[in-house]
Design a protein around this ligand. Structure first.
Ligand SMILES: [Zn+2]
Length: 526
């Protein structure tokens, strides 16, 4: 396709010319960027000219941290959020049963009995008549308790005789029979659900891709395993993979992958093996994020070491030996310190430029700002988490520590490379949620007034940079992706409004006009 976008507001990401009026693309690449008159002259007769006043055009938005195929599965789950009765939940399950092969699990999420008019907890009998041939698991909004039907109980061995798993509870009626409500049973039941087939994974990937395009996302950095890789590779072979996927794998799969010709930093411009993914700690809400000092609300703990510095270093060296680098999950401040120490240790043995990243970096130990900068390690953050986390953080860290929590402006001021993502399916893929969180630092309801630690608010350009240029650099594709200048791949996101003219509080309602990957329009607003 040969097209020009004119009379628009274009953020190029090119330091030499950050803003322009018009852009011209041909054969999947950017040919020219500049003033309207210049671009109209440059465009050939066959070029389609799109007049897009009042919009904002940017390099394609990249979600630099998510779980792509799993997000596709999540989209298929029965959505029970905000429903107000058991009857309403039943309607949703019934609709899913009608389009699902018998024997296949139906999974739902988000129910909350406190919103119901029923004034009781749900049970298997509420599902058995509508889904006698499908095991059903409906996950409560907390993510821990599950409401299951009789086929699911049979599959999971939850019988009158069953003993509660440690730390979990099967609710029972007066006769001792399980009711179908099980607390802390989600993980246990997920283990017995058969893994999806490659065809199911491919379908999930296509669902995720459509959702990504609808929200202006042209590329993703996805943390999954070889099963998801295979599905994406099959779609690429069929010409159906349009989104660009920087795929990461756990360290124990590096050799297996290599045996199958999947090598670190290699692949195509649609799907490549980007990095090795490691875990330094757990999560904030469960008190397993690893902290330098104890939790303010739980002084008995400093969290959980998932990998020690030595264990991490060994795995980083594996990645370096294979010519790649790593992404390390670190939420607590000590986890980040450990991740940096492990990278430092490994780099002493493996010289040469690296493009490592630490994922989340939710709380920074103040001396680590300088270490990030000195080692040129990327902070890979998900601003959208702030929407739900600010109150949790205050409780768990105390206000004093919070000053270096989600401290994106401080990171930039210290010269740290910063990139952004959504962590879907933990949060939705819509990048505007993170634009809002990074620029307004408020919950969607507008609290707190003025923003949470407002000195850490980012500008639109800083936010765009974290969604475009930095993920391209991390992928070693900064010569092709992340900016709109001649010779680059024509990946573009067209926002329906000029975001630079919107107050940050209004960003949540903004829409996508078009999504373009390699010059192909993959989404257009109806
Ligand atoms: Zn994640």
């Amino acid at each position: 396709m040969d097209f020009a976008i004119v009379s628009s507001r274009i953020y190029t990401g090119d330091a030499a010319r950050p803003w322009a009026e018009a852009v011209y693309a041909r054969d999947g690449k950017i040919v020219a960027v500049g003033p309207n008159a210049e671009i109209r002259k440059a465009a050939t007769k066959s070029a389609e000219v799109l007049e897009l006043p009042g919009r904002l055009v940017t390099p394609g938005i990249v979600d630099a941290h998510l779980h792509f195929v799993n997000f596709g599965f999540y989209l298929e789950r029965v959505d029970l959020r905000d429903l107000t009765s058991i009857a309403a939940c039943r309607e949703r399950v019934k609709a899913a049963v009608a389009k699902t092969a018998p024997g296949t699990w139906i999974i739902g999420r988000g129910w909350n009995q406190h919103l119901w008019t029923d004034r009781r907890e749900p049970c298997a009998r509420d599902l058995d008549d509508i889904a006698p041939g499908h095991p059903v698991m409906l996950i409560r909004c907390c993510g821990h308790s599950v409401w299951i039907n009789s086929p699911a109980m049979r599959a999971a061995g939850i019988t009158r005789e069953a003993v509660d798993a440690p730390g979990a509870r099967i609710e029972r009626d007066a006769q001792g029979n399980p009711t179908g409500l099980c607390r802390e049973y989600r993980k246990l039941i997920e283990k017995i659900i058969p893994p999806p087939s490659i065809e199911q994974r491919k379908a999930a990937a296509l669902r995720a891709q459509a959702e990504a395009f609808k929200h202006g996302v042209t590329g993703v950095h996805s943390c999954e395993t070889l099963g998801e890789w295979d599905a994406l590779a099959a779609l690429e072979g069929e010409g159906k993979l349009k989104v660009r996927v920087h795929h990461t794998l756990p360290p124990d799969l590096v050799e297996t992958a290599k045996g199958r010709g999947i090598e670190l930093t290699k692949g195509s411009d649609r799907l490549w093996f980007g990095q090795v993914k490691l875990y330094a700690d757990g999560s904030l809400g469960s008190d397993t994020a690893l902290m330098h000092a104890p939790y303010s609300d739980n002084p008995g703990t400093t969290g959980l070491v998932v990998l020690t510095v030595a264990q991490m270093q060994e795995r980083i060296e594996l990645a370096y030996r294979h010519g790649g680098d790593v992404g390390i999950h670190a939420i607590g401040d000590l986890a980040t310190t450990n991740a940096l120490s492990a990278i430092e240790g490994a780099r002493r043995k493996f010289l040469g430029p690296k493009r490592d990243r630490v994922e989340h970096v939710q709380l920074m130990h103040p001396p680590d700002f300088a270490r990030f900068r000195a080692m040129d390690v990327v902070a890979s953050c998900q601003p959208v988490h702030l929407h739900t986390d600010m109150l949790v953080a205050e409780k768990k860290w105390g206000m004093d520590r919070c000053r270096t929590g989600y401290a994106w402006k401080s990171m930039l001021r210290e010269g740290i490379k910063l990139q952004f993502g959504s962590d879907a399916p933990v949060e939705h893929i819509n990048p505007l949620l993170s634009f809002h969180a990074a620029m307004a630092r408020q919950r969607p309801n507008g609290e707190p007034e003025g923003g949470w630690f407002p000195a850490e608010k980012l500008t639109l350009e800083e936010t765009l940079h974290a969604f475009t240029a930095v993920p391209a650099w991390v992928s070693r594709k900064e010569d092709r992706l992340g900016a709109l200048k001649p010779g680059m791949l024509a990946d573009m996101t067209v926002f329906a409004e000029d975001l630079s003219a919107l107050a940050p509080e209004k960003l949540l309602a903004a829409k996508i006009e078009m999504t373009i990957v390699g010059g192909e329009v993959v989404y257009r607003k109806e």
